[in-house]
Ligand binder design. Structure first.
Ligand SMILES: [Zn+2]
Ligand SMILES: [Zn+2]
Length: 145
């Protein structure tokens, strides 16, 4: 993982005034690797990352959750999130998905508005949504923090 990618995601989160995030950089544990799928189990990684405070762990390997072919990320409410850049082609899209995952960490659900919290399970869907929160989600966040 390039340091620069992490730093730029950090400033993207600050720009939308998301509170301090512990940007993790560590080795993925081998027990979380499913060799038949060739992917890491995102749920196991989230457990591995357990630590107090909000965090975003960005990895460059492909991750999945049971029942899905792959996921871009996985978040635990008020804990932290993991984001894989494996399928994300540009810095802009990485930042967008980082904001999306941190939105979940802050308690937001998926949103149908023109909003970064829109559900996206394909690159096209990621590209079509904005990198900021809609009015409704902004309010929800500010009421919680
Ligand atoms: Zn989501
Ligand atoms: Zn929204």
């Amino acid at each position: 993982m390039r340091r620069e990618v992490l730093e730029r995601v950090g400033s993207a989160l600050e720009r939308i005034s998301l509170k301090v995030v512990d940007m993790k950089e560590r080795t993925l544990p081998s027990y979380a690797f499913d060799s038949s799928r060739g992917q890491f189990d995102a749920s196991a990684l989230l457990v591995e990352a357990q630590n107090p405070g909000l965090f975003l762990w960005i990895v460059d390997k492909d991750i999945y959750v049971e029942g899905m072919n792959f996921v871009f990320g996985l978040a635990d409410r008020l804990q932290g999130a993991i984001l894989s850049v494996y399928r994300l082609p540009s810095q802009e899209i990485i930042e967008k998905e980082a904001i999306h995952e941190m939105g979940h960490v802050l308690g937001l659900r998926h949103c149908d508005n023109y909003c970064v919290m829109r559900f996206s399970n394909s690159l096209r869907e990621v590209m079509e949504k904005p990198s900021c929160f809609c009015e409704k989600c902004r309010h929800l966040i500010h009421n919680k923090l």
